[in-house]
Design a protein around this ligand. Structure first.
Ligand SMILES: CC(C)(COP(=O)(O)OP(=O)(O)OC[C@H]1O[C@@H](n2cnc3c(N)ncnc32)[C@H](O)[C@@H]1OP(=O)(O)O)[C@@H](O)C(=O)NCCC(=O)NCCS
Length: 378
């Protein structure tokens, strides 16, 4: 019998020059640069340039990339009409997936995957999320602002007001930290789709579907649910004990690859300290401390640490995003990595087609329909 790598854990299916996770030491690099250095010193647009074009831009290259992104922000009318036709109560991730699909139909990402396709998809994502958010609140979408950066324009599209420098910078840092992360489930999905020589829009639609699940990108709103349900630091111990006794997973902890603290969580913690209300931050810190202690006591061999989602929730809450836009905002960021991986996959493509071990029956006798009955005799 073949060895089955359930969940493909530890299986290497491609090489990449985009990002590297050292799970044992808790390090993440994008194309050679430590994530902490990029989070502190670079903007989201610089990181997008790094991922798509392989190097950090000089000033002229950055200006060119920013101008192009700004030029692609306006959605085709057919995409806005599609979003308008959806129920106001739709799940935002379903709307993002549908919006990107409509963009693909309206615009056609035909021909070889290109950096321009990547830019169109990345520039459109905030417009799709914000158009839906405004429409469901009975407001018309506003026109994008070419004088704002990616993060600032996203916040502007949501509220119709130019955001503060502090909120823009906080969101920009979040977008930088989460732009790429090795061969996670959604990125792998994008590469599988690209490997069939489908188009970049389809790869992103598939990736959005994978990101939606709570074991991947769907966790941050659940972190906030947990923190709200705990309510105050004094309740944390009893609440966490009861949840673990029921066999539940604590949202925002544990990772398939990191067996040390996720370096993004470290940066996000200090960002959360600056963006969240003080009581909320104190609650989050107390819950984190207790959860880590309890997880280490209960599962000493598992090396469970805080993951990116825990403080992402606090940061996104702090910049004023509604809970159900947390995962769509993760997509606003991660589309950069998905599209970079599609470009990389196609540079040296081989159809991704794993195998499965058949465990069903063999040698059954075929019975024609008219003589077939699966019901037991009365
Ligand atoms: C992210 C995650 C899916 C990784 O899971 P994984 O690599 O498949 O690890 P496993 O599911 O095999 O878990 C290993 C063990 O740790 C436990 N564990 C993992 N994460 C846990 C958590 N957050 N809370 C409690 N226990 C956890 C599992 O119950 C399992 O214990 P067991 O072997 O005694 O049954 C998992 O840690 C999780 O569900 N976390 C909560 C959701 C979350 O924060 N998602 C965002 C990810 S960035």
């Amino acid at each position: 019998m073949a060895q089955i790598a359930k969940g493909l854990e530890g299986v290497v299916v491609s090489d990449t020059a985009l990002s590297h996770i050292d799970g044992e030491r808790g390090r993440l690099i994008y194309s050679g640069y430590d994530i902490a250095d990029l989070a502190h010193g670079a903007t989201f647009e610089e990181v997008a340039h790094l991922l798509w074009l392989g190097h950090l831009p000089d000033e002229a290259e950055l200006a060119e990339l920013k101008a192009k992104l700004a030029g692609f922000r306006e959605l085709p009318a057919a995409v806005v009409d599609t979003i308008r036709a959806l129920p106001k109560t739709a799940e935002p991730m379903d709307v993002v997936r549908t919006g990107v699909s409509a963009l693909g139909a309206a615009q056609r990402f035909s021909g070889p995957a290109s950096v321009e396709h990547a830019m169109v998809l990345t520039a459109s994502m905030p417009s799709i999320v914000a158009a839906f958010d405004r429409l469901r609140r009975g407001l018309e979408p506003v026109a994008p602002r070419s004088d704002l950066n990616h993060a600032g324009n996203y916040l502007y599209l949501l509220s119709g007001e130019v955001p503060s420098e502090q909120r823009t910078r906080a969101l920009d840092t979040y977008l930088t930290l989460t732009a790429d992360h090795g061969l996670n489930a959604s990125t792998f999905t994008a590469r599988v789709i690209a490997s069939t020589l489908s188009d970049m829009g389809s790869a992103v639609v598939g990736a959005i579907g994978a990101l939606k699940g709570p074991l991947h990108g769907g966790a941050p709103a659940l972190v906030l649910d947990m923190l709200r349900s705990i309510g105050k630091p004094e309740n944390a111990e009893a609440w966490l004990t009861a949840a673990l006794d029921r066999g539940e997973r604590l949202m925002g902890f544990g990772h398939r690859v990191y067996k040390a603290e996720d370096p993004r969580a470290r940066v996000l913690r200090s960002l959360a300290e600056r963006t969240s209300e003080i009581d909320f931050f104190k609650l989050a810190v107390r819950v984190e401390d207790l959860a880590l202690k309890m997880l280490h006591e209960r599962k000493p061999d598992r090396k469970l640490y805080t993951n990116v989602e825990f403080y992402s929730a606090a940061v996104m809450h702090g910049v004023g995003l509604p809970d159900d836009l947390f995962t769509p905002t993760f997509a606003v960021s991660r589309v950069t990595g998905w599209t970079a991986h599609v470009i990389e996959q196609l540079k040296d493509n081989r159809l991704i087609r794993p195998a499965s071990e058949y465990v069903g029956p063999v040698g059954l006798t075929f019975v024609p329909l008219e003589r077939r009955s699966t019901r037991a005799p009365a």
